[in-house]
Design a binder for this molecule. Structure first.
Ligand code: PSV
Ligand code: MN
Length: 427
């Protein structure tokens, strides 16, 4: 289904008085602090986050899956749902596909559909963590790191095929997340597993066009519980450096052990010019795929603070990072959850944009710790929600996207169209 611009404007009318009152207040605050409010709004309007195709349906735990109804069962449906999110929020301007779950049939038709929603194709993701029907060799004991050259070759060829599909769609990057690792001491020769992985990545890299980038994810545990071949950012960075100039580390927020200082990781990766992309989610314990900014909003703000510092002082010429939400939902309506995540991301981004960076630098030079903390808190404690809503409104999005989604009873309409027990492919 499509959301009409008239629906959005009509619904916005209801909130306009209240919204304007709140926005005028923050505008006045910003004027006094010599912050150009329209500059911040423009930054918010251009900031776009990719939606992963696998987040549009219900996910599952190891114990069960509960269908929400109206889930997108085809790639076309997934593009429609991503388009719906973009129409409401104007901040989800691309979709990231996972192969083989999303192999396009008619490439031109798929491209046209995406373009009609104003979407482009962000990074394509390979999958060597599952065996596919008819596949010759199993990934049970790994893929790019496997002890058998046949398995490694099969995994390399799969990644090359993913690049080919991405090229046809107009993608410019591939994200590789490996489930490879070991669950028992002694199972792996760590050095050999690393070396095979490095060699395989180099092979895949050869198939990349010059304007493409390779993103390498890391994850400390799961599905393997004793060792992962790429457990942390240091390993990912060393593999990226060993692969080529267009290979980068990708930070997935959920892929850290509790209390890891992710903002510091982001700062150093950008300084090295190797931060490729970002997968947003939140977590209490591990890779929980919770709504962005729902558990650790201050940490998210601190991460954005480093990202903006890196973008504004880009001495190492780090390419623009690719932004994506990476989540799998089990309880909430996935579309509502994604809108909440987009809101969380935009709030943290806006708060980080208003940090008085010059004053912070001076306070850091003087070792004035109290002042440093005050400056960050000043930005973090600013209620920027009306600013984020105003950016959406100026882009023809909804002041209250979830409100409009519910008002239009979108989920009910999707169930009417696709049925109650449709199954989104993927996770
Ligand atoms: C698994 O942890 C994961 O969340 C990775 O982060 C990938 O990006 C995603 O799944 C899809 O494969
Ligand atoms: Mn991820």
């Amino acid at each position: 289904m499509n959301i009409m611009i008239e629906d959005i404007h009509g619904f916005n009318e209801r909130f306009l008085t209240d919204h304007t009152r709140k926005f005028n207040f923050i505008e006045d605050q910003f004027n006094r602090a010599h912050i150009n409010v329209q500059d911040i709004i423009e930054r918010l309007r251009t900031f776009q986050v990719a939606i992963p195709s696998w987040a549009l349906g219900s996910g599952a735990t190891r114990f069960g899956r509960f269908s929400i109804g109206g889930e997108p069962a085809t790639l076309e449906d997934k593009i429609d749902d991503a388009g719906l999110l973009h129409a409401l929020t104007r901040s989800a301007g691309s979709i990231s596909l996972h192969i083989p779950w999303d192999i396009p049939g008619d490439i031109d038709a798929i491209k046209q559909k995406a373009a009609a929603h104003g979407l482009f194709f962000d990074a394509v993701n390979s999958n060597t963590f599952q065996d596919q029907r008819g596949q010759k060799f199993s990934y049970k004991f790994g893929s790019l790191c496997h002890s058998s050259g046949d398995v490694r070759q099969q995994a390399i060829e799969h990644n090359v095929e993913v690049v080919e599909i991405g090229k046809a769609l107009g993608s410019k990057s591939i994200t590789i997340w490996l489930a490879d690792g070991s669950s028992f001491p002694g199972q792996h020769d760590f050095r050999r597993a690393y070396q095979y992985t490095q060699d395989s990545l180099r092979e895949i890299y050869k198939s990349l066009p010059g304007d493409w980038r390779m993103f390498i994810e890391y994850k400390p545990y799961e599905p393997n519980f004793y060792s992962m071949v790429i457990p942390d950012w240091g390993t990912s960075l060393s593999l990226a450096e060993g692969t080529g100039v267009n290979a980068h580390t990708l930070v997935d927020l959920g892929h850290h052990l509790p209390n890891t200082n992710i903002e510091q990781i982001v700062a150093i990766l950008m300084m090295k010019g190797r931060l490729g992309g970002f997968h947003f989610n939140d977590s209490k314990y591990g890779d929980d795929d919770l709504t962005v900014g729902n558990i650790h909003p201050f940490q998210l703000f601190l991460i954005f603070n480093e990202l903006i510092r890196g973008i504004e002082n880009n001495t190492s010429q780090n390419p623009d990072p690719a932004w994506m939400i990476d989540a799998s939902h089990n309880l909430k309506d996935p579309l509502e959850d994604l809108m909440q995540s987009l809101e969380g991301i935009n709030i943290a981004f806006a708060q980080a944009l208003i940090v008085n960076r010059k004053a912070l630098r001076e306070a850091q030079e003087k070792n004035d710790v109290t002042r440093c903390q005050e400056l960050l808190q000043e930005a973090y404690r600013t209620d920027v929600r009306s600013l984020v809503a105003e950016a959406r409104r100026q882009s023809n999005g909804a002041i209250d996207p979830i409100g409009l989604y519910r008002h239009l009873d979108v989920r009910k309409q999707l169930i009417g169209k696709r049925g109650k027990h449709g199954f989104a492919t993927g996770l």
